[in-house]
Design a protein around this ligand. Structure first.
Ligand code: GAR
Length: 244
């Protein structure tokens, strides 16, 4: 039997998608093992879910890192040694390169991302799954996970039918627009915000009487089915390891 796919997970909150993936692994519905769960926020419920399942956990406290960058400024000594800043600026599609805040944004995120990489890389994972991770990733981080050209290895779940409603509030944007169909999307992560190749989508109907909470609940229930199915699709389509 082939070895299970080694998955890393990143979260920011409640972790109901993480739970769906834990359950799918534990019940053998996907041939994968979760190696760790990392969070950008301490104390979130998703960390408890991981610990209960016997999964290693860690926190890289983005809020604290960004505030200390704001308070103390960013000197070259604080930056990761291996950040090609000009190249990262050139590749990123998250912010306006002419905006003076872009440099601070990329540098402060790279400081946090270096801490993430120090935790993640020793696990030698096959796939990184963002399960409600509410931070964008810069090309500095992405290029250190996607080391084989043309092969994406980071997946994200987004609460809308992309390319509609990218950003931080997919269900809210869908609801406020008055859409009668909502949905969720699993996609690979590229240098833009929610712009990478789509792996799978699920849709649901929005009734005139539905509240935003109803939309979120309908959406989450679809997410819990969609994410494990997309991870399974990735595993089945993964190129064979040379010599395996
Ligand atoms: C989910 O609705 C997911 O689609 C969304 O956060 C929620 C996490 O819920 N992700 C994003 O908005 C990513 N930009 P969970 O913590 O219960 O899995």
């Amino acid at each position: 039997m082939p070895a299970p796919c080694k998955i890393g997970t990143l979260i920011s909150g409640g972790g109901t998608n993480l739970q769906a993936i834990i359950d799918a692994c534990e019940h053998g519905r996907i041939p994968a093992k979760i190696m760790f769960t990392g969070s950008d926020t301490p104390g979130v419920r998703g960390l408890d879910r991981a610990e209960k399942a016997g999964i290693d956990t860690f926190v890289v406290d983005y809020k604290q890192i960004i505030s200390s960058c704001r308070a103390g400024g960013i000197s070259p000594d604080n930056l990761p040694d291996d950040i090609p800043l000009a190249e990262v600026m050139d590749k990123q599609k998250l912010m306006d390169p002419e905006d003076e805040r872009t440099r601070f944004f990329l540098q402060s995120r790279a400081i946090a991302e270096k801490q993430l990489l120090d935790k993640i890389l020793p696990y030698d994972i096959d796939l990184l799954v963002l399960a409600g991770f509410m931070r964008v990733l810069t090309p500095y981080f992405i290029d250190r996970i996607n080391t084989v050209p043309g092969q994406y290895r980071i997946m994200n779940i987004h609460p809308a039918l992309l390319p509609a409603f990218p950003g931080t509030d997919g269900y809210g944007d869908t609801f406020r627009y008055g859409c009668k169909i909502g949905g969720c999307t699993v996609h690979f992560v590229d240098y833009g915000e929610d712009t990478g190749p789509i792996i799978g989508q699920k849709a649901f109907e929005i009734e005139d009487t539905d509240t935003l909470d109803d939309v979120k609940q309908k959406g989450l229930e679809k997410e819990w089915e969609l994410y494990p199915a997309c991870i399974e699709k990735f595993i089945l389509q993964a190129p064979a390891t040379p010599g395996a």
